[in-house]
Ligand binder design. Structure first.
Ligand code: NAD
Length: 271
């Protein structure tokens, strides 16, 4: 099949929903074979079934070293290698009103999923990317990390999430330096407010009214400091992931790329 990613094999973590699902859809449309890695089995299986022979679902908790190893092994055994890894899976922290209410359990889980997960997956994937073959596959590859403007902007809440995404940005830049010698490019996407399950805190968000409050706050932001006056959609981020996964971005590595409608560009006082 022709396309920007024809002949490529990609692993998308958190691929069953939101930004990951939109990316899996787009990558397959552009000719890639995709491993959808997630813990949401029903949604993951349904997406893989819809995408047919070009996709497979692999249950993977990215915070579990053995599961991450199996995820990368699945790309090799099912599709013959790995060219693109999108470290997209992530979770928000608990909806605590203040840092003083944060719990250690929440810190441990968020850091393991948002920071350790991408680190484990990068190491496993890069080991394969550095020595692809023997079926003629060239060494090298692309790794993408999905951070957040929460990792670049300070705020009065969600501190563990902010700290985890800041760590991911730093890991992304540092691994770009370390892996360049193997022909591996590493870039980091920094989305703003995107309409997904995560940004509405799922069922809990609906029950507690948090989703409605966030929706209200986010809408106010569009009308004030966001330069592009519309809500970001998963597809907006997927399009950037496609560019970064493809040869079009061959001269880019170590980049940190905002996809946020311009919300972090200016001083809000002067908008
Ligand atoms: P989403 O909830 O729609 O999708 C997240 C997916 O990750 C889900 O399918 C979930 O099951 C999966 N997941 C969660 N924990 C996992 C784990 N331990 N192992 C494997 N999979 C796991 O949310 P989304 O908004 O598409 O989130 C994708 C990424 O985008 C996250 O890293 C998030 O932090 C980031 N992000 C989102 C926004 C936003 O506004 N939605 C903004 C900035 C960054």
């Amino acid at each position: 099949m022709a396309g920007e990613l024809a002949g490529k094999v990609a692993v998308v973590t958190g691929g069953a929903s939101g930004i990951g699902r939109a990316t899996a859809d787009l990558f397959v449309a552009e000719g890639a074979k995709v491993v959808i890695a997630d813990i949401a089995d029903e949604a993951g299986e349904a997406l893989a079934a819809r995408l047919g022979a070009s996709a497979v679902y692999q249950r993977t908790d990215v915070s579990d070293p053995a599961a991450v190893e199996a995820m990368i092994a699945a790309a090799v055994s099912r599709f013959g290698g790995i060219d693109v890894l999108f470290n997209n899976a992530g979770m928000s922290c608990g909806a605590f009103p203040s840092f003083l209410d944060d719990t250690l359990e929440d810190f441990d889980r968020v850091m393991r999923v948002n920071v350790l997960g991408p680190m484990l997956a990068t190491r496993n994937a890069a080991r394969i990317m550095a020595r692809q073959g023997p079926d003629g596959r060239k060494a090298g590859g692309v790794i993408l990390n999905n951070a957040s403007i929460a990792g670049t902007l300070a705020g009065h809440a969600m501190m563990t999430y902010r700290a985890s995404k800041a760590a991911l940005i730093q890991f992304s830049k540092s691994s770009a330096i370390d892996l360049a010698r193997h022909g591996i490019r590493v870039n980091c996407i920094v989305p703003g407010h995107v309409r997904t399950e995560l940004s509405s805190f799922g069922e809990k968000g609906a029950e507690t009214g948090l989703a409605a409050r966030i929706e209200e706050g986010v809408n106010a932001v569009y009308l004030s400091n966001q330069l592009i006056k519309r809500r970001g959609e998963p597809e907006d981020v997927a399009q950037v992931a496609l560019f970064l996964a493809s040869e079009r971005s061959r001269h880019m590595t170590g980049a940190v790329i905002p996809v946020e409608g311009g919300v972090t560009v200016g001083d809000p006082v002067n908008h």
